[in-house]
Design a binder for this molecule. Structure first.
Ligand SMILES: CC(C)(COP(=O)(O)OP(=O)(O)OC[C@H]1O[C@@H](n2cnc3c(N)ncnc32)[C@H](O)[C@@H]1OP(=O)(O)O)[C@@H](O)C(=O)NCCC(=O)NCCS
Length: 148
């Protein structure tokens, strides 16, 4: 762990939009994300945080504030930066943000096959809430409370 440079986690800035859109599409091609869609999302209650190492964006999380609760929309860490706590740090940033915005709970959707992400969410206190099917692939809805 110590041999790695610690990431910086901060709110997204315009200069990050292209990198975040590209990272989104690489992991979730169906999203068809663009820099201008990120701009629109930011005006509609979505909040993005990025992790940077040496000034480059290596991961991001986005969260949508809703009535009483928040939905974690996306969480991605570049392959070569995975497994060193960056995903957990981004998740914690989003949870802390939801708490400061007065939200009671955070929920998310994750593919049943995404064992790695599910493990991380469980480690961070998320519990299985329900399951729904989507074009042959089961989706788990997981949630956790945040203390306000
Ligand atoms: C899920 C993801 C964000 C995790 O990011 P990360 O930076 O690797 O996560 P962390 O290093 O903080 O690890 C958190 C937990 O993930 C799990 N994990 C990490 N590396 C793992 C590995 N190689 N194998 C299995 N589990 C692993 C562990 O439970 C770990 O907790 P621990 O360190 O206490 O054991 C990352 O794998 C990713 O971007 N995946 C592709 C996109 C994606 O699927 N996003 C989630 C969509 S819902």
């Amino acid at each position: 762990m110590d041999e790695f440079q610690q990431p910086l986690i901060r709110r997204i800035e315009q200069k990050d939009f292209e990198a975040v859109a590209e990272m989104t599409n690489r992991h979730f091609p169906q999203m068809d994300m663009t820099a201008s869609r990120i701009t629109r999302r930011l005006s509609k209650g979505f909040y993005y945080f990025v992790a940077t190492v040496d000034g480059s964006v290596v991961g991001f999380v986005d969260i949508l504030l809703r009535e009483g609760r928040a939905k974690l929309m996306g969480l991605v860490v570049e392959d070569e930066f995975q497994g060193r706590g960056i995903g957990s740090a981004l998740l914690n940033k989003a949870l802390e943000f939801a708490r400061t915005q007065g939200k009671n709970s955070v929920y998310l959707e994750v593919k049943q096959s995404n064992i790695r992400a599910i493990k991380m969410y469980e480690t961070q206190g998320f519990v299985f809430s329900k399951e729904r099917g989507e074009s042959g692939e089961s989706i788990y809805i997981m949630s956790r409370k945040v203390e306000t």
